[in-house]
Design a protein around this ligand. Structure first.
Ligand code: ADP
Ligand code: MG
Length: 218
């Protein structure tokens, strides 16, 4: 379960303070599927980064599976990231000099996994790309790159999948395919939280959270 209580986040930029989150509270149940929507600049990525333990709030409390996260140090945060969370970004973020298979293996190198390659192949099969393991990122399409990024995110079997505009760089048909994968992962038990601009895509979720100007509005 994800629980946020009065989360605030400010950034200092050139002497100005930007209040990206102004007191956001919500609960997301384990195994649910939630879409986060809102205009550009409303604080969606800031919120996802806090939920994904990539950043910490300026104030407020964040609790993940019964553990208070908001005051952990960087090592503790990275351990939670590696064990509980799969993060998928709009821009795929694959390592260009590594093969598809090596990219999917990367999170496993941080853990003591006895056979990383077989786990990576299983993850690639789940997104239908086990035949692309030897390719490099510049040899596959955008949709395939996002599927590799999903395989990399799920190879550690995280309980929570966070995706920040995962279909933003993809055409509609490819986006639909990616959404099908998220739906399947949710049906297998993962909690899915996804940022999207697209009303159509948000209908895949069972709940929609609206963010506007650093506040939840619905
Ligand atoms: P969204 O993802 O909804 O487009 P963001 O969470 O990226 O919005 O940004 C919310 C606000 O916080 C924006 O005004 C943005 O410029 C500001 N912001 C985000 N990250 C930083 C940062 N690292 N430094 C300064 N300002 C930031
Ligand atoms: Mg964003």
């Amino acid at each position: 379960m994800i629980k946020a209580v009065n989360l605030c986040k400010s950034f200092s930029l050139d002497g100005f303070v930007v209040e990206a989150l102004k007191g956001v509270s919500f609960v997301i149940e384990k195994g649910s599927y939630t879409a986060l929507m809102g205009p550009s600049g409303s604080g969606k990525t800031t919120l996802m980064n806090i939920i994904g333990c990539l950043d910490t709030p300026t104030s407020g409390q964040y609790e993940l599976n019964g553990r208070v996260i908001s005051d952990l140090d960087e090592d503790q945060l990275s351990s939670i990231r590696n064990n509980e969370i799969g993060f998928i970004f709009q821009s795929f973020n694959l390592m260009p000099r590594n093969t598809v298979l090596e990219n999917v293996c990367l999170p496993l190198y941080y853990r003591k996994i006895s056979n990383p390659i077989s786990s990576a192949i299983v993850a690639l099969s789940r997104v239908g790309l086990d035949h692309r393991g030897g390719h490099y990122p510049n040899q596959i399409s955008g949709g395939e790159s996002q599927r590799v990024a999903i395989a990399r995110a799920i190879v550690t079997e995280p309980s929570i999948i966070l995706a920040d505009e995962p279909t933003g760089n993809l055409d509609t048909a490819t986006g639909d395919q990616i959404m099908g994968i998220f739906k399947e992962l949710n049906e297998l038990g993962a909690t899915v939280l996804l940022v999207t601009h697209d009303q159509e895509i948000a209908t895949h979720a069972s709940r929609i959270l609206q963010v506007r100007d650093g506040l939840l509005t619905g």
